[in-house]
Design a protein around this ligand. Structure first.
Ligand SMILES: C[S@@+](CC[C@H](N)C(=O)[O-])C[C@H]1O[C@@H](n2cnc3c(N)ncnc32)[C@H](O)[C@@H]1O
Length: 257
């Protein structure tokens, strides 16, 4: 797996990064589970969906410890951030103590955050996702660093505090890939920033590759957030996604660039 980032602004320089794919962590403990373990899809099984087929071969890209008992549901197969990218993004948060993931899902991002920082606050509206994320964090040996909150993030303004928000918010399913371009408002980026800036001064968002980047500048100005940088991320030489580095306008920034 090869990952590279292209800085679109303010610098035109190109950088290539190859963070290690192997995650650190303590051996699995013996807690009984899993409720949601995913079996290998089989053409003979009528309950196997095309989604599971398509994404099954990528399972170790999502979690290198997949075979240790990782829990995922069908949605997680197309929404968990690839491990190498989660590592890259976590490193880009700079020197912080508390990171917040408002849409933690099955835990791809929070596991990498917890490997680097003292504490992670992991929010998800779906209790089942939180249960899966707990098990997955346990497999990577970082469970004790994560505080889980089952809640609607958009109702949490001023209620939690962190140094940085780092997240892959919902993209609306794999259909995003069929659109020429997606506006930031379609992904609720404005609402995420409105609430996010009451929680942390720095925000790093992982968004689709076909994001309308020009609209992002306007939108950030509109909600009083400073867009510091946009990055195109390539995996195995294909454009994979976009990273948005944002800060609250009245707070000095230190996102590692
Ligand atoms: C793209 S997935 C997150 C994947 C995760 N970042 C990872 O890498 O494993 C988006 C998650 O957002 C959650 N979600 C959707 N709306 C939410 C809301 N209003 N508040 C909190 N979580 C929400 C969904 O339940 C889903 O688990």
């Amino acid at each position: 797996m090869f990952l590279a980032a292209e800085f679109l602004w303010p610098s035109s320089r190109q950088e290539q990064q190859t963070p290690p794919l192997v995650a650190a962590g303590s051996p699995m403990d013996d807690t009984p589970l899993p409720l949601y373990s995913v079996e290998e899809p089989s053409a003979a099984r009528t309950d196997t969906t095309p989604i599971t087929f398509k994404y099954w071969r990528k399972r170790h890209t999502l979690f290198s410890k997949f075979d240790k008992g990782i829990l995922m549901d069908e949605e997680s197969f197309y929404s968990v951030c690839p491990e190498i990218l989660s590592q890259y993004m976590a490193e880009k948060c700079g020197r912080v103590k508390v990171a917040v993931d408002p849409f933690c899902g099955a835990g791809g991002n929070i596991i990498q955050l917890a490997r680097l920082f003292d504490k992670v606050i992991a929010v998800d509206i779906d209790e089942d996702k939180t249960m899966m994320a707990k098990q997955n964090a346990r497999i990577y040996g970082v469970l004790e660093k994560i505080e889980f909150v089952v809640a609607d993030f958009f109702k949490l303004a001023n209620q939690i505090k962190g140094d940085v928000i780092f997240t892959s918010p919902p993209w609306g399913g794999p259909e995003y890939n069929e659109m020429d371009v997606i506006g930031p408002l379609d992904l609720c980026v404005d609402k995420i920033l409105e609430v996010g800036k009451t929680i942390a001064p720095k925000i790093l968002l992982h968004l689709p590759k076909n994001l309308d980047k020009n609209e992002c500048w306007k939108m950030c100005n509109g909600v009083g957030a400073g867009l510091r940088k946009i990055e195109n991320v390539f995996m195995d030489r294909y454009l994979n996604s976009t990273l948005l580095y944002v800060r609250s306008n009245n707070v000095s920034l230190s996102l590692k660039a």
